[in-house]
Ligand binder design. Sequence first.
Ligand SMILES: O=c1ccn([C@@H]2O[C@H](COP(=O)(O)OP(=O)(O)O[C@H]3O[C@H](CO)[C@@H](O)[C@H](O)[C@H]3O)[C@@H](O)[C@H]2O)c(=O)[nH]1
Length: 323
Amino acid sequence: MTWLITGGAGYIGAHVARAMAGAGEKVVVLDDLSAAVPARLPSDVPLVTGSTLDGPRLREVLTEHGVTGVVHLAARKQVAESVAEPTRYYQENVGGLATLLDAMAAAGVHRLLFSSSAAVYGNPDVDLITEDTPCAPVNPYGETKLAGEWLVRAAGRAYGISTVCLRYFNVAGAAAPELADTGVFNIVPMVFDRLTRGEAPRIFGDDYPTPDGTCVRDYIHVADLAEAHLAAARRLAGDAPAGDLTLNIGRGEGVSVRELITVIGEVSGDGREPVVEPRRPGDAPRAVASAERAARELGWRARRDVHEMVASAWEGWRLHHGK
Ligand SMILES: O=c1ccn([C@@H]2O[C@H](COP(=O)(O)OP(=O)(O)O[C@H]3O[C@H](CO)[C@@H](O)[C@H](O)[C@H]3O)[C@@H](O)[C@H]2O)c(=O)[nH]1
């Protein structure tokens, strides 16, 4: 197998590229460098600069590198931006995927791993979200991921492509400091940012129907997530056809905002009391995966806990922000 990883120079992509290359898989990365740190990639992984919207370029890369499977992560992923610029999200996330699927069909590539999101579920009122929980996304970002899954399955049937869709829950941490997320869009870097400025962390609402009143999420270490990709890629490459698997990728364990901020205080040595602010529009009280199907289908389970996520993210934060 030779795997093309689209978006492979981004935060999650570089972890996947390293995990797959480190496990002996042959890997090529395609990235438009819009959110990339190319130095994240191992030196023996070729980096092709290009967009998944560019069909001729995609066909060229698939053919020239003898690609036999694709791990498609290239996408825009900010919820607020998707609300402000929905057409861009549909164009890049759904249009880019359609272009990629056409190129794969033309080049005879029959295996695809698609990066989806827990955002496809919206705000379901359940204790554990299974893959059969109805999908009802509440923002354009989640819609593009759900539409992407539909397209993946339809094209899989039409073109004979085996597919796996991985629905990531809340990704955090870093496998090495230089691989850390440089964006400040999710709770862990947002709290680090506040502490670095000498400000109290913010809790967006403490009147939710949860044990401590703050929102509960299923945080997953990006190194575990990368290992899930490796397991899924091997499943796709194996003799037993994968068909069209759809899997939650989480730990199956809920952690509240207040609990997470306590861990961040312990790790950073700055345990100042958070301030409670109004609820952030659109937040679900609880979003926790059932991780059973992934365990059954891939023999994969997350191994790293929240403390490890926060500690590794903090090392990366200190490297990038010179603290
Ligand atoms: O300073 C902060 C930042 C966040 N939060 C809360 O922390 C929780 C987690 O927030 P965030 O890290 O922004 O993640 P989510 O809103 O859960 O969304 C993430 O996780 C989803 C999958 O579960 C993905 O679809 C999204 O793209 C990704 O941003 C939410 O309840 C927020 O209200 C705070 O209380 N204070």
